[in-house]
Ligand binder design. Structure first.
Ligand code: DC
Length: 248
């Protein structure tokens, strides 16, 4: 069993040693819209509890990148499904955090770029695409049964029998502001208004699709992160997992 960690110079949280790694199955799902901090929270929860972390959004981003590279129309579900049949999207668990591979290649920041961002919701809405990636996600849970997995449908569709489920929310204005700050840290200057429009457009597609829409999974604990620092979100999730007996 591999233990996830985040860099030790992380100023947000002093992680210390992860809890003793235990052997039983523990599947934790964290769902919610873009910009709620799911990835950062999932990595820290994984580190605290000695779990593996899975970023399912990265898998849909890899499918979108493949679509772009092959020049397939993003609305062509059959074309994309065919490409996914001959190309391989998988996770590399040797990196920390685990990263997505397309045909064994690391994709780096390309999956976070504006081209991928502009089509990923359209690509992710196709049931043919979702079926394939959900199968990969369930296979990951079989080989890493102590897992924190984050996305839009992890608690509702992929792991409805998860041991603990969470739904993170934040207003679209706060999410846009966080995204602009992230991009600024990478040297990209975008205005809040255009980022907000992009976030709201993606939310509409993610929420409105028929297959695996963004919903609060039944029984999930909802955490509004508008006024909650990251470290407190992590504390609440870790405490809820322990209260539910998931860490013993
Ligand atoms: O979490 P993210 O922003 O990296 O996700 C990228 C896109 O993939 C976003 O449009 C939602 C979609 N997605 C999805 O449909 N299902 C998931 N489990 C994860 C992401």
């Amino acid at each position: 069993m591999r233990v996830m960690s985040v860099p030790s110079d992380d100023p947000v949280e002093s992680l210390g040693e992860p809890d003793q790694v235990r052997s039983g199955r523990l599947i934790v799902t964290i769902d919610g819209p873009a910009g709620t901090g799911k990835s950062s929270v999932a990595q820290r929860v994984a580190s605290r509890l000695g779990l593996t972390v899975l970023d399912t959004g990265a898998m849909y981003r890899a499918a979108a990148l493949l679509t772009l590279r092959l020049g397939i129309d993003p609305t062509d579900a059959t074309g994309i499904a065919g490409a996914l049949g001959t190309h391989c999207i998988e996770m590399d668990f040797e990196t920390e955090p685990p990263t997505v591979l397309l045909d064994r290649d690391h994709l780096g920041e390309e999956i976070r770029g504006s081209k991928v961002e502009s089509i990923v919701s359209v690509v992710a809405a196709h049931p043919e695409v979702r079926d394939r990636l959900v199968a990969v996600q369930r296979a990951v849970a079989s080989s890493h049964p102590r897992l924190v997995t984050e996305g839009r449908d992890q608690g509702s569709v992929v792991f409805p029998d998860a041991d603990a489920r969470f739904f993170m929310t934040a207003s679209s204005e706060v999410r846009a502001r966080r995204r602009v700050d992230q991009l600024r840290a990478k040297g990209q200057n975008l205005d809040v208004e255009s980022v907000l429009r992009g976030i709201e457009a993606r939310d509409r597609i993610d929420t409105g699709r028929a297959d695996g829409p963004l919903v609060r999974p039944e029984g999930a604990i909802e955490i509004d992160t508008d006024h909650l620092p990251l470290v407190e979100v992590v504390d609440r999730i870790v405490a809820a997992i322990r209260d539910a007996g998931g860490d013993s």
